[in-house]
Design a protein around this ligand. Structure first.
Ligand SMILES: *Cc1c(COP(=O)(O)O)cnc(C)c1O
Length: 232
């Protein structure tokens, strides 16, 4: 049951926050993004009714469909790779685009935000785990884009997003999250308005929080296995 799973996840978040306080890392709250991809739209209604505020979807088309059939509500986050030809729709649909992974995308999101008179909140996705299949800015690309962020006037960079590598021992993710936290702290020194560090999924969110995440994206631990037969 979602209500029980939510209690378990919230309990683990609090325990991890306690560990983090003992380690004297900054930040004392965590935003839970409930990842509802490949689940029926109704689970979103259920999650919102239980007090979850943020909904994570990884595909523009699926989120669009769900928003069309559901009453308005929740803050919608895009967490999956965004194709440049979908930037326009993404700006219309999402409060936060967590998965900005190229300068071209930033440029297109800005253009569209200017066009509709919106300031679009985004996170820059960093490729720290360096897995071939993972998107995200490499260290070099990230350093190159930092001085240019202010040129995109209708994009507000709120922070960073990191995905750890899949691994058998969750402890192996710790150095990746620690590196993400260091990048976040450095970015915050230059841009004090930065406030989001999105790291951690069902199998590794407690480690991510211990290492400094203040936003976690949790799907399976809340909603169970995804149903890939659902078509949107
Ligand atoms: C699917 C997904 C999640 C949630 O994964 P779970 O293991 O089900 O918690 C988190 N982040 C991203 C980027 C995802 O694509």
């Amino acid at each position: 049951m979602l209500v029980d799973n939510l209690k378990i996840v919230q309990g683990k978040i609090q325990a991890a926050l306690q560990t983090r306080k003992e380690a004297k890392l900054t930040g004392d709250n965590v935003t839970l993004v409930a990842v509802t991809k490949n689940h029926a739209p109704e689970v979103i209604t259920e999650a919102l009714a239980l007090g979850v505020e943020c909904i994570g979807e990884n595909r523009v088309q699926e989120a669009k469909h769900k928003k069309e059939v559901l009453p308005a509500g929740g803050k919608w986050h895009l967490i999956g790779h965004l194709q440049t030809n979908k930037a326009r729709q993404a700006v219309a649909l999402f409060e936060l685009i967590e998965s900005v992974d190229s300068e071209r995308l930033l440029e297109l999101i800005n253009e569209e935000a200017v066009r509709i008179g919106k300031v679009q909140d985004v996170l820059l996705q960093l490729n720290i785990a360096k897995e071939e299949q993972k998107t995200g800015f490499t260290r070099e690309e990230y350093l190159a884009i930092l001085p240019k962020l202010d040129t995109y006037k209708n994009v507000r960079v709120r922070g960073l997003m990191v995905i750890a590598q899949a691994c058998t021992d969750v402890e192996e993710t710790r150095p990746v999250f620690a590196a993400g936290y260091r990048c976040f702290c450095r970015l915050k020194e230059a841009r004090p308005e930065i406030d989001c560090l999105s790291m951690g999924m069902s199998n590794d969110y407690t480690v991510a929080i211990e290492e400094g995440a203040n936003m976690v994206r949790v799907g399976t631990a809340l909603f169970g296995q995804r149903d890939y037969s659902l078509k949107f």
